[in-house]
Design a protein around this ligand. Structure first.
Ligand SMILES: Cc1cc2nc3c(=O)[nH]c(=O)nc-3n(C[C@H](O)[C@H](O)[C@H](O)COP(=O)(O)O)c2cc1C
Length: 220
């Protein structure tokens, strides 16, 4: 190997190591960001995020994830209202204080309508396997939901890699039918979650995590 080739090889190795560190830092440096600047995303940024979502792993590669993309205020408002109505009804039925319930409904409304981009991630069971017995059918549903969750995580990480903020909201899981009806989406799509995405207005809450060794069981 010539001296030039050796230097080049060394540079490439260093670049590879930097890239590895950057990917790992993207995993741990991501935070849930719940407030955004009132600035729209570039189309290229939205496409990168959708691309990352599409490339998530899925059970048998059946790709059951479907995405409802919302940027226009009337649609975000329809979604926030539909979810708010359901949240209010559920919480009042639980006997929660009406004032606190209204606070929560208002907060959820503001978070959804205040995000430049909202992606509702849904599960479509039609490309998955179908079993006659509940045990295997439940496992298949769980796998599809896990596949949607993997896609959601890809979306969060892509947003972070692009310098954007994002947060997962589980609300749609509690009112899937109301969500597809409000958004005029295919009725067999089953909303699992939504991601709010935008330019961060803050850095998010400081993270805390269990130490890895407290979560790991290693049988002797
Ligand atoms: C399944 C799931 C559901 C979540 N639902 C909500 C939610 O409804 N509202 C919210 O503000 N954050 C929600 N989050 C975000 C978590 O609160 C957040 O990931 C956690 O507090 C850790 O903070 P970090 O993401 O900044 O590391 C959810 C996260 C997951 C994985």
């Amino acid at each position: 190997m010539t001296q030039t080739a050796a230097v080049l090889e060394c540079d490439l190795q260093a670049a590879g190591a930097d890239l590895q560190r950057a990917v790992l830092a993207n995993l741990t440096g991501r935070r849930s960001i719940r407030r955004y600047l009132p600035r729209p995303l570039a189309e290229a940024e939205v496409e990168e995020i959708l691309h990352a979502i599409v490339w998530a792993p899925s059970a048998h590669n059946r790709q059951p994830v479907r995405v409802i993309r919302l940027e226009a205020m009337p649609w975000k408002t329809r979604l926030a209202q539909a979810m708010g109505e359901r949240l209010r009804a559920d919480r009042l039925r639980d006997g929660d204080c009406a004032e606190l319930v209204e606070q929560d409904v208002r907060r959820s409304f503001a978070r959804i309508t205040g995000a430049p981009l909202v992606l509702v991630l849904c599960m479509d069971m039609s490309p998955t396997d179908h079993y006659p017995d509940a045990r295997r059918q439940n496992a298949e549903r769980t796998m599809a939901a896990q596949s949607v969750a993997a896609a959601a995580q890809n979306g969060l990480l892509a947003a972070h890699a692009l310098g954007l903020g994002a947060c997962w909201m589980c609300g749609p899981l509690f009112c899937p039918q109301a969500v597809v009806e409000a958004l005029n989406a295919p009725r067999h799509w089953e909303p699992q979650l939504l991601l709010t995405i935008g330019h961060p207005a803050n850095g998010g809450k400081p993270p805390s995590r269990h130490a890895a060794e407290t979560m790991v069981w290693r049988p002797d």
